[in-house]
Design a protein around this ligand. Structure first.
Ligand code: NDP
Ligand code: OXD
Length: 311
């Protein structure tokens, strides 16, 4: 009996996934949405932003695998078959990639790149005082697989690093805050705030006017979580008033960001097109395949999403 996967993503890597998975699952029947064939034959869905209702139309679905670390793009389906387990990607190579991105952007802010780039454009030769890394307070929202690694690597560069999570954490060299009570003091001590939270009801719009007002004046924001974490109009107002000095944004409410959106040309905004930690089938397929063999052997699945916490 073959093992049948329905793949759905708008990225161009379907064939890479098929090839990489076939290395681990020799009897693979790989179907690419919308070519579903017999819906009853589908054992597993491997998806990014599946159209609402598609997963519910697969009567023998045993596992839903996210093509990313986040699962908000699956959980937002009102027709989601809630009894089917959902796994997310926990891939050390993605963690490394995310930390590369975060470190690169924090260093850019720390070394005042925006200021010097503007000066070069305007032909201005002017030195600004450079803080030591230890004088720069960096705060990481979310201390999960990505946040914890980025926090530790930032601390290794000498930054004064804190993190905020739902449950209490203890990570050497990181000042740990948690829960609702820890939020305001965490923000108040952070010159650069990096969002590495999952998007849930509890974290939606967490980067809003109230949060910006709690940060030191001129603080910077890096959003690599989800566009839904950020109240866009509040950020634009905070950038215009100077309360927030700069924003580096990798994720947006609407992707691709619509032409004409103010972020495109804002002098204090640096944008990237959701590339901070892209999924690479070369390494991720082995992680998915491991769960396929566990599923088939009736063993405990890994990297499952908590249906109550929604991450
Ligand atoms: P994890 O589940 O490993 O970690 C999530 C962290 O957020 C945990 O520390 C958790 O706290 C904390 N958290 C969740 N809810 C709350 C809350 N209400 N209050 C305070 N803390 C909270 O997630 P990952 O690190 O794997 O991924 C994080 C997100 O990164 C993804 O969901 C996705 O949106 C985004 N992402 C972005 C990418 C990009 O390219 N831009 C690539 C991949 C992911 P606790 O530890 O206590 O549970
Ligand atoms: C993810 C992403 O969730 O790329 O993995 O955003």
């Amino acid at each position: 009996m073959s093992f049948t996967i329905l793949y759905r993503s708008s990225s161009p890597y379907a064939r890479n996934w098929q090839v990489e998975l076939a290395r681990h699952v020799p009897d693979l029947d790989f179907r690419i949405f919308p070519e579903i064939g017999d819906p009853a034959a589908i054992d597993m869905a491997l998806v990014w932003k599946p159209p609402h209702g598609v997963l519910a139309s697969l009567p023998n679905l045993k596992l839903i695998a996210s093509l990313g670390a986040g699962v908000d793009h699956i959980l937002d389906d009102p027709a989601l078959p809630r009894q089917v387990p959902i796994m997310r990607l926990v891939d050390p190579h993605m963690v490394t990639a995310m930390s590369e991105y975060v470190l690169a952007q924090v260093l850019r802010l720390h070394r005042q790149d925006l200021t010097y780039a503007a000066q070069q454009r305007d032909g201005v030769w002017q030195e600004h005082r450079q803080k030591n890394a230890s004088e720069r307070r960096v705060g990481v929202l979310g201390l999960g697989q990505f946040g914890a690694d980025a926090a530790v690597k930032l601390a290794a560069l000498g930054f004064d690093v804190a993190g905020w999570s739902r449950s209490k954490k203890s990570i050497a060299g990181i000042e740990a805050f948690h829960g609702a009570d820890g939020f305001a003091p965490f923000l108040a001590r952070s010159d650069i705030v990096i969002c590495l939270l999952p998007l849930t009801n509890a974290t939606e719009n967490i980067l809003d006017a109230r949060a910006f007002a709690l940060m030191p004046q001129g603080a910077a924001v890096i959003n690599v979580g989800r566009g839904g974490h950020l109240a866009e109009d509040d950020l634009l107002a905070a950038l215009d008033s100077g309360q927030i000095g700069a924003a580096i944004l990798d994720v947006f409410r609407t992707e691709p960001l619509p032409a004409g959106h103010r972020f495109w040309r804002h002098p204090k905004v640096i944008m990237t097109p959701h590339i901070a930690a892209a999924t690479n089938p070369l390494t991720a397929a082995a992680i998915v395949a491991d769960n396929i063999s566990r599923l088939r052997a009736g063993r405990q699945l890994l990297h499952l999403v908590d249906p109550v916490l929604a991450y």
